[in-house]
Design a binder for this molecule. Structure first.
Ligand code: C5P
Length: 403
């Protein structure tokens, strides 16, 4: 995956810079060409000579070196790369990147580049946790900078916590993953996935919910991203980490979920895996409902929620080319799914049995029947991850983008 890829490695100041020497070796042994820029602070930790010995190339350090500018200007440095990797990325260089500064060769290259950038932060745990660093990261992430790490552990400064630079092989994996994604079969396609339950408030402390864990929806979103799609995952409250490499939007209610889906359009692919509540409490109380002696038990009046799948399936310029829904049933699974396919107007339904005895909710496995206008295909019981992969494979092979 890395053969012939050109990596411009920017080494900023930090004790983790010694690991970047190993990173150069690891990238090169996988066939990548590595050219390095060393900041002034970086030079305090590793010498240009060791970097140059490992890249077998000149090391670029100075913005105003006449020979460098004559041989290879800062614009050329980024033009000649397929990806820029900042490792270690100190708190200082992240701040300068976020502010758009160009006060040395490294930041000038980073500001001038139109190439993807991956940063591997490394710093003291308090510097990492500082709101300034966190907000710089948010800015950078929003601009599409990929971040790997930091890891948690003992730090050179004697403290313990997040701040250790990701290991060289983790950074290599991230770079490889990027190239795989960029050339994946769904590269250039946008996908929208809903996942998890919705929470419909009764009052500020109580809500109506369901047992969806979000595992299946999240696995589908990850599989789509692995195939190169640009994925927006709209998820209700779940106890799962945000999957890397995609945009996650957290919502609570069905109405919020619909709004988030609509703002994620246009999309080529939509998969509605969320267990959306059918109703919300009509007049949710602003204050906590109180139990008082002698008062009647309150009754909840419910109003219908919008149907996100049916809304996305409606024909129109914004309709995704393929819209896929789920049918979680406890009996007559396939028959109900066929009726749902027609009612919702989607292209395919993945029907599954969610009877308590089957253990689909919160479990790791799922037994799917793919229901389409062409018929029913029974899949074997698979892990939710493999269901995600199989669905993506089916979209690639039989979806509207198939050749
Ligand atoms: O009607 P039912 O809830 O059984 O339909 C399930 C399918 O419809 C799932 O794909 C689910 O994500 C979707 N759905 C939705 N919005 C709703 C209800 C269901 O997107 N309000």
């Amino acid at each position: 995956m890395l053969r012939g890829k050109r990596v411009l490695l920017i080494i900023s100041g930090g004790i983790a810079a010694y690991k970047s020497l190993d990173l150069i070796r690891r990238l090169r042994e996988r066939g990548a060409d590595v050219r390095a820029v060393l900041t002034r602070a970086g030079e305090q930790f590793v010498t240009p000579l060791s970097v140059s010995a490992l890249t077998e190339d000149k090391v670029y350090t100075d913005l105003f070196s006449l020979t460098d500018e004559a041989e290879m200007g800062h614009i050329q440095l980024s033009r000649n790369a397929d990806v820029l990797v900042v490792a270690p990325a100190s708190a200082d260089i992240l701040a300068r990147m976020a502010a758009g500064m160009a006060n040395d060769l490294a930041t000038t290259v980073l500001l001038a580049t139109d190439k993807p950038v991956l940063a591997a932060p490394a710093m003291n745990v308090r510097m990492w946790q500082h709101p300034a660093t966190q907000s710089n990261l948010e800015v950078l992430r929003d601009r599409g900078v990929m971040i790997v790490g930091p890891n948690e552990g003992d730090m050179a400064c004697g403290e313990y916590g997040p701040g250790r630079m990701a290991e060289p092989l983790e950074i290599v994996a991230e770079v490889s993953n990027f190239f795989q994604t960029a050339s994946g079969p769904l590269a250039g396609r946008r996908a929208l996935v809903t996942s998890g339950p919705t929470h419909e408030p009764i009052d500020p402390v109580r809500y109506i919910a369901n047992r969806s864990s979000g595992r299946q929806g999240h696995a589908i979103a990850m599989a789509l991203a692995e195939a190169g799609a640009e994925v927006t995952l709209v998820t209700g409250p779940v106890d799962l980490p945000e999957p890397p490499g995609l945009t996650t939007v957290g919502v609570e209610t069905a109405r919020e979920m619909l709004a988030a889906c609509q703002s994620a359009l246009p999309a080529d692919i939509a998969v509605c895996a969320a267990a959306v509540a059918d109703w919300h409490v009509a007049d949710a109380a602003d204050q906590k409902l109180k139990k008082a002696d002698g008062q009647a038990t309150p009754t909840l009046a419910l109003s219908e929620n919008p149907d996100i799948l049916a809304t996305l399936s409606k024909s129109g310029p914004e309709r995704p080319a393929v819209v896929i829904g789920f049918a979680a049933e406890t009996e007559d699974v396939v028959a109900h799914a066929q009726a749902k396919l027609a009612r919702k107007g989607c292209d395919w339904i993945l029907a599954n049995d969610v009877s308590p005895a089957v253990g689909t909710f919160g479990g790791d496995r799922n037994t799917i029947h793919l229901v389409s206008p062409d018929g029913v295909e029974d899949w074997p019981t698979l892990t939710k991850r493999d269901v995600g992969r199989r669905l993506v494979q089916t979209i690639i092979e039989r979806g509207p983008f198939a050749e």
